[in-house]
Ligand binder design. Structure first.
Ligand code: C2O
Ligand code: CU
Ligand code: CU
Length: 554
């Protein structure tokens, strides 16, 4: 791929050496030796320009010894002052962009021994700005991203997308929020500023020395890594102090593989106003929310009428109710709690509390003892002050978007069916594993077309290593719409424990496909030719090749 001409390269080096030195971010001497990859178009006039590095750091997370993490550090070269906000923890800074802005990011990999590339999850950008693993740069390497923010307002994020290393890199800290705003959103007068609060949910496991532990035990790569402690916005035991007024809480699952079933502990229903791709057409209510890795739901949380000094917990109910039964049923000789033998796996405390409908005897998949399997607190809200000014009212209409129709799909009547499977520690999409630039004939898609795509997660086979696993499927590029979700015969009952928690009416880039389920969606492939990744966002699955390319051709 000769994307960067010599001339462009020289111009980039000259320019970035100056800004790098001026900002003290990139050592100029190193820069001078490094060719840049990615796209730097001298004609591109950025509204926002960022310098970004990935590097190791040691920070205080738990009391006592500092924790070794990986961090994205971002500095603003040009653009509105609120573009970059430090997270003050292992999480990467929060980036705030506006629809229509042109953005240039000069990225530099300062990891001593690993390749690295950054992906803007949920954004519709050209292939050269998407952070495809083919574009990963080695230690000391740089990559230039240029793109325009085409997305509507919403809760997006950015994270490492390095081939076979996404799981460990994200786990150690290479991920952060990316919030997009636009005029439609502003006109709605939703809670803003201190009343617009991201809730980034992650699970982590630490050793006695406060160091992060990743993939210790047999089967964790197949089932996905689960931590034994919940972190919100990079902090344990997160408490959000609030006033007696409505808030917008942006729930983001940035965990590697954990699926949450979120509910208010006192049984208050949740009011959702947005999903992966921004605001819904109108608010919807759910008794609980299923949030799989990479999924986002914005909720309207109204604390009016709550007693000062009181607390309200958001809990996660056991998802095992809908999952490991199926695992056990279909894993033949592999079932049986305790069979995997893993002394010392659970090092956290037992569940502190549980919500309604919990099944305390539930074992986690394959018998691995998961201390969080039984329901736990994700964070607490503390009602601290009464609100002074007048409160926002929940709009009955939010931000409508055009609805795709199956009859308008270019392949209407000829659905692209993608079968999900995982066996012998490797993921498959229609029987194929990841090929860096490969795309099969049925993965070729004409540009500017609407496509009807179906993910099928077969219930699994009776024996052997074919596990029935949930797969949160993500497609790069434009947001899609979910047309229908169907259970295989006899699976309705299993799915019933989770079914009320899906929000399938919004714009989505990630959709959870349960074992024994098929999900049909409509997605456009506009504007940018090239490779468009799709993969399981259980990061252990992604790293084990459960990823493929669509090839969009002009
Ligand atoms: Cu958030 Cu291809 O990933
Ligand atoms: Cu993505
Ligand atoms: Cu998966």
């Amino acid at each position: 791929m000769a994307r960067v001409s010599g001339a462009t390269r020289r111009r980039f080096l000259k320019h970035s050496a100056c800004t790098g030195l001026a900002l003290g971010i990139w050592p100029g001497a190193l820069l001078a030796q490094e060719p840049a990859s990615g796209k730097l178009d001298p004609g591109f006039q950025p509204d926002v320009e960022l310098l970004m590095t990935a590097r190791p750091a040691a920070i205080g997370i738990l009391p006592g010894r500092q924790t070794e993490v990986l961090r994205y550090e971002v500095s603003l070269v040009q653009g509105p002052a609120d573009t970059v906000t430090e997270a003050g923890t292992y999480l990467a800074p929060t980036l705030r962009l506006r629809k229509g802005q042109r953005v240039r990011v000069r990225f530099r990999n300062e990891l001593p021994s690993q390749d690295q590339i950054v992906h803007w999850h949920g954004l519709h950008v050209p292939e050269s700005a998407d952070g495809h693993p083919r574009d990963a740069v080695g230690p000391g390497g740089t990559y230039v991203y240029e793109f325009e923010v085409l997305n509507r307002a919403g809760t997006y994020f950015y994270h490492a997308h390095t081939n076979m290393l996404t799981g460990p890199q994200v786990y150690r800290g290479l991920a952060g929020l990316l919030l997009v705003s636009d005029e439609d959103e502003r006109a709605l007068g939703l809670p803003a500023g201190a009343e617009d609060v991201p809730i980034v949910i992650q699970d982590r496991r630490f050793d006695a020395d406060n160091q992060l532990v990743y993939l210790q035990h047999h089967m964790e790569s197949q089932l996905g890594f689960l931590g034994d402690r919940i972190f919100v916005n990079g902090r344990p035991d997160f408490v959000l102090p609030v006033e007696t007024r409505p808030y917008r809480l942006r729930l983001v699952n940035m965990s590697n593989s954990r699926i949450y079933k979120l509910a208010w502990k006192d049984g208050t229903p949740l009011t959702a106003i947005g999903t992966d791709g921004g605001l819904l057409a109108e608010p919807v209510q759910r008794p609980y929310l299923i949030l799989a890795p990479a999924e986002r739901v914005d909720i309207w949380a109204d604390f009016r009428g709550r007693t000062l000094g009181s607390e309200l917990a958001m809990i996660s109910l056991p998802v095992s109710a809908g999952l490991p039964h199926m695992m056990m049923r279909h894993m033949g000789g592999m079932g049986g709690p305790g069979m995997m033998g893993h002394g010392g796996m659970g090092m956290g405390k037992g569940p502190e509390d549980v919500g309604p409908n919990t099944e305390l005897e539930e074992e986690s998949p394959a018998g691995a003892k998961d201390d969080l399997a039984e329901g736990f607190t994700v964070f607490r809200v503390r009602i601290e002050r009464s609100a002074q000014a007048g409160a926002n009212e929940l709009p009955t209409r939010l931000a409508p978007f055009p609805h795709y129709r199956p009859e308008d799909a270019a392949n209407s009547g000829d659905t692209r069916v993608i079968e999900l499977s995982f066996r012998h520690d490797q993921g498959f999409l229609n029987g194929r594993s990841f090929e860096m630039t490969g795309a099969a004939p049925e993965e070729r898609i004409p540009i500017d077309s609407l496509q009807i795509i179906e993910f099928v997660n077969p219930p699994g086979h009776g024996h052997g290593m074919m596990a029935a696993l949930p797969h949160p499927m993500h497609i790069h590029g434009q947001q899609f719409q979910i047309l229908r979700r169907e259970s295989f015969p006899a699976y309705d009952e299993d799915h019933a424990a989770l079914a009320a928690g899906f929000i399938d009416e919004g714009l989505k880039d990630t959709v959870l496909v349960l074992p024994g389920q098929r999900v049909t969606l409509l997605k456009r492939f506009d504007k940018f030719p090239g490779l468009v990744l799709y993969h399981c966002h259980n990061l252990e699955h992604e790293d084990r090749d459960m990823m493929r390319n669509f090839l969009v051709f002009a």
